[in-house]
Design a protein around this ligand. Structure first.
Ligand SMILES: [Mn+2]
Length: 440
């Protein structure tokens, strides 16, 4: 039998943590239902390359599509998985399936069934629960499946006075746990950041005038896959010249020209954790005076934002530090006119910096976790990971900015782990100083 590629105790530890956190919240007899991702057809009989749903993977380590996992903390049969049938013909074409036996043996499920049995079994597994955690309204097909189960339970509990099962957000309860990385998870994130760093270094070495953005994307993919990464954590952005002013530029198909900067925002996955680095550097290996002046200011700002990350600080505070820095630069460069404080009050910067200072990072590039608690911005705490990525984007058709600045897009992004006393920059080895970028 094929063996899972992962250390399976990690998944057990996560389930134990989740069981404990529910019991700390005094939630008794709850059940969590998580659907795996479905295989999506690309064309005819060819599917898109498959990646498991993050929460499903987080708790099970199981990578087969269509499966369903039910977690019933405290029950004798606590972990139950519904899986695709073993099928000799299909397995010849598409590869090995674990089946119910594999789910029990290799993934430590207390019980496992085939998907065909889901609606009958799930109703009896859930009917005595006090509440169900399920990600309602994210997928109409899963909603419909659960609706038939809720109806069955309603009928099973007929005139018992129990009413309908209350549904709570599985995304929220798992997300809050995912937000705080265990030491094993920090090691995985670190590794993803290391591979991402290596990818960026390879890109910096290969970049040259006349090369296509796509070829550079290929360099990144080649390097991370050589290092064992299965895929990117998100579609890489390889944006030369004014393409960099499109925040999530997707085309990656233009030739890199002399005198332009190229913005590269790309990350490698490692065991479902991803890095998320952005670097901006001169295509021809030398910053122009204007580029150097603005890049240098943005780099100082980025460093001061990284230095500010520690427990207790909020995204809101980091955002205002960023917008102040960028607004000061915009005024100094003659892009905006007026008093810095007034311009900040009027949010004049949003045209040139439309995004926030960063986001949580982990198994999803924009990772799980609440950013507000009880209506207030959430303070950062040890064990959280986030990106710090100030940017400045001056559209090519901007009629206000000095001509030399039009079409300039710069973003510098690192991945930061919050620690008890401050933070660790997990991507500190990825070059970003003017000196290093001009050399590489
Ligand atoms: Mn990012």
């Amino acid at each position: 039998m094929r063996k899972p590629n992962y250390n399976m105790t990690l998944f057990e530890e996560r389930r134990i943590r989740l069981r404990e956190s529910l019991s700390e919240q005094k939630v008794k007899d709850a059940a969590i239902v998580i659907f795996a991702n479905r295989e999506l057809i690309r064309n005819n009989d060819v599917p898109y390359s498959f990646r498991q749903d993050t929460n499903f993977f987080y708790l099970t380590g199981f990578e087969e599509p269509d499966s369903v996992y039910i977690f019933r903390p405290g029950h004798k049969e606590e972990n139950i998985m519904f899986v695709r049938k073993k099928d000799a013909l299909k397995e010849t074409w598409e590869g090995f399936r674990y089946g119910t036996e594999g789910a029990r043996k290799e993934f430590f499920m207390d019980d496992a069934f085939y998907l065909e049995e889901f609606s009958t079994k799930a109703a009896s597994l859930l009917k005595d629960c006090s509440r169900v955690y399920f990600d309602l309204f994210s997928d109409p097909q899963n909603d419909a499946t659960m609706k038939t189960i809720f109806e069955k339970i309603k009928n099973l509990n007929h005139r018992s006075g129990r009413g309908t099962l209350p549904v709570f957000s599985s995304k929220e309860v798992i997300g809050e746990q995912r937000l705080f990385k265990s030491s094993d998870e920090v090691a995985l994130l670190k590794k993803a950041c290391e591979i991402t760093t290596q990818g960026h270094i390879a890109v910096m070495k290969e970049a040259k005038v006349g090369m296509n953005e796509r070829a550079l994307h290929g360099v990144f993919l080649n390097e991370i896959m050589k290092q064992g990464s299965p895929r990117e954590g998100y579609g890489g952005i390889f944006a030369t010249g004014s393409n960099a002013t499109t925040l999530h530029y997707v085309f990656n198909d233009e030739e890199m020209k002399d005198g332009e900067l190229i913005l590269v925002d790309a990350g490698a996955e490692h065991e479902f954790f991803t890095g998320d680095i952005t670097r901006t550097f001169p295509v021809n290996g030398k910053f122009s005076d204007t580029q150097k002046r603005i890049y240098g200011t943005m780099l100082e700002l980025q460093k001061s934002l990284v230095a500010a990350v520690k427990p207790g600080v909020t995204f809101k505070e980091l955002n205002s530090q960023m917008t102040r820095g960028v607004t000061e630069l915009l005024v100094k460069e003659g892009v905006l006119q007026g008093e810095v404080d007034e311009l900040i009050d009027q949010q004049s910067f949003t045209k040139y910096i439309p995004h926030g200072v960063g986001h949580f990072l982990g198994m999803d590039v924009h990772d799980a976790g609440l950013t507000m608690l009880k209506g207030e911005p959430r303070p950062l705490a040890a064990g959280m990971a986030l990106t710090i990525e100030p940017g400045i984007y001056i559209p090519a058709d901007d009629e206000v900015a000095p001509k030399a600045l039009r079409g300039l897009g710069i973003r510098i992004e690192d991945n930061i782990l919050v620690t008890e006393n401050g933070n660790i920059n997990l991507t500190a080895d990825c070059p970003k100083s003017i000196e290093e970028l001009e050399r590489s």
